[in-house]
Design a binder for this molecule. Structure first.
Ligand code: NAD
Length: 417
């Protein structure tokens, strides 16, 4: 029997310039006294976390700061944060200030300071044991400083399991933040490439949830089988479409001039909208491919990021044009509609979305394909194997890819223009 039900869930949201000035009030309203603030060194250097901590302590609350979040967190870096919090706690609430790396680390800390065991008990199967939490988590206030991941709205936390060279995650409704505080003023200091990569993450969230398998095309679930990602549906569609329209208007401007406050505000709104959409519909092939692209990096050091990594949004973007060429036949009109929102001049057809995407990627300084971040034809089998492990995501694709299909996508993504 086919599914007839779709679901929608979201955190409470405070959006707008100055919203981060009210966090002390918000935390106090939860009855919290002792707060753990989680951030990374780059965000700490902007002064935003210290200013927020000051404003929270002015309300009579106590703030302890953990500022060692690893950019693109690993199992080791998350354990470091959890150990810190278990030693320094107990806390009444958690406050994440930063990009997806800080927010995801805060989710893991929240899980493992309220529930027993180790990270791998909760990590998605087959990499981990996928246990659900048994005890209630603390209130988590998430304050994004990037315009990208939507992690402030979602139920997942992403991590790199170093010993297995695999990126995976923990996914459970209990991880969703209690309150998302999106203050565009905090995002103005993002480096150019962080803006470009994060923006591609937003765009792919919107495109993948917009083109995801329709919720009614899945088998019917029992109530206890329902998962946060239920496939494309009328509510997620609204968020995705609006996010694409916002991006079409301002993405290039935000990258060209990071001080363009109006563009920053629209980017923050696009990130929020896309997060609310994909956080319920799900994402598919570009995100599945991004996990091995990021997880198997050898020596790519992007400007504006600390160390060797392929930033998440860049990893997602690198195979997106070819992934959408592959999915085109499952829903041609959706692909063309999205392409024309981004670039009204593209001709309808399988090339429409790849053309709109590569034109944008070129303009905003995303590398020209997998070869530019250090991969070659000899890596394709490994990349396919890594992507095939992401069955949770591939199940949301409107057209199920075989290993050969994914190999074709990776090969064609070595160079885009
Ligand atoms: N949980 C989810 O739903 C979800 C969704 C997508 C991605 N992710 C994960 O999120 C992570 C990526 O997060 P991200 O793209 O937001 O970036 P990030 O948190 O990794 O930060 C990227 C860099 O930008 C810096 N930075 C962040 N904000 C800044 C600011 N305002 N000013 C100056 N520098 C700033 C950071 O210090 C860091 O060096 C990845 O690990 C990815 O897998 C999670």
């Amino acid at each position: 029997m086919s599914e007839t039900v779709f679901t929608y869930a979201a955190p409470a949201l405070k959006f707008g310039t100055g919203a981060s000035g009210e966090i002390g009030h918000d935390l106090a309203s939860y009855g919290a006294r002792r707060i753990l603030l989680v951030t990374d060194p780059g965000v700490a250097a902007t002064g935003h976390p210290a200013r927020i901590a000051e404003q929270v302590t002015a309300r009579g609350l106590e703030v302890t700061t953990y500022d060692r979040v690893h950019v693109e967190p690993t199992d080791e870096s998350m354990r470091d944060a959890v150990d810190f919090a278990r030693d320094a706690g107990p806390f009444d609430a958690i406050l994440a200030v930063g990009g997806g790396s800080s927010i995801d680390t805060a989710k893991a800390v929240n899980l493992l300071t309220t529930n027993p065991g180790d990270l791998m008990d909760y990590v998605n199967a087959p990499v981990g044991r996928a246990k659900p939490p048994t005890a209630r988590l603390l209130p988590l206030v998430a304050v994004p400083t990037t315009t990208g991941t939507g992690a402030e709205s979602t139920t997942i936390c992403v991590l790199d399991v170093l010993s297995l060279h695999v990126k995976t995650g923990i996914s459970h409704p209990a991880l969703r933040p209690t309150l998302a505080v999106v203050d565009p003023a905090l995002t103005v200091s993002q480096p150019t490439l962080v803006t470009a990569a994060g923006g591609m993450d937003i765009l792919c969230h919107a495109l993948e949830s917009w083109t995801a398998r329709w919720y009614a095309d899945f088998d019917a679930k029992r109530p206890e089988q329902r998962v946060p990602y239920c496939g494309a549906n009328p509510i997620a569609d609204m968020w995705a479409e609006k996010a694409m329209t916002l991006l079409a208007g301002v993405f290039r401007d935000a990258v060209r001039d990071g001080g363009d406050v109006a563009a920053r505000e629209q980017m923050a709104m696009a990130a929020t909208f896309a997060g609310l959409g994909f956080g319920n519909a799900g994402v598919h092939i570009p995100h599945a491919n991004a996990y091995p692209i990021a997880g198997r990096v050898r020596d790519f050091h992007p400007e504006g990021y600390p160390g060797v990594l392929v930033p998440h949004g860049m990893a997602v973007a690198l195979t997106a044009p070819e992934a959408f060429r592959f999915t085109f036949e499952a829903a041609p009109e959706r692909h063309v509609h999205a392409a024309r929102l981004l670039d009204p001049s593209v001709e309808p057809g399988p090339d429409a979305l790849p053309t709109a995407l590569t034109g944008l990627m070129r303009d905003i300084g995303i590398p020209n394909g997998l070869a530019a971040v250090g991969y070659d034809a000899g890596d394709v089998d490994d990349l396919v194997a890594g992507a095939m492990q992401q069955q949770r995501l591939l199940a949301t694709a409107p057209r199920s890819p075989t290993e050969e299909d994914l190999a074709s996508v990776f090969v064609a993504s070595m160079e885009h223009w």
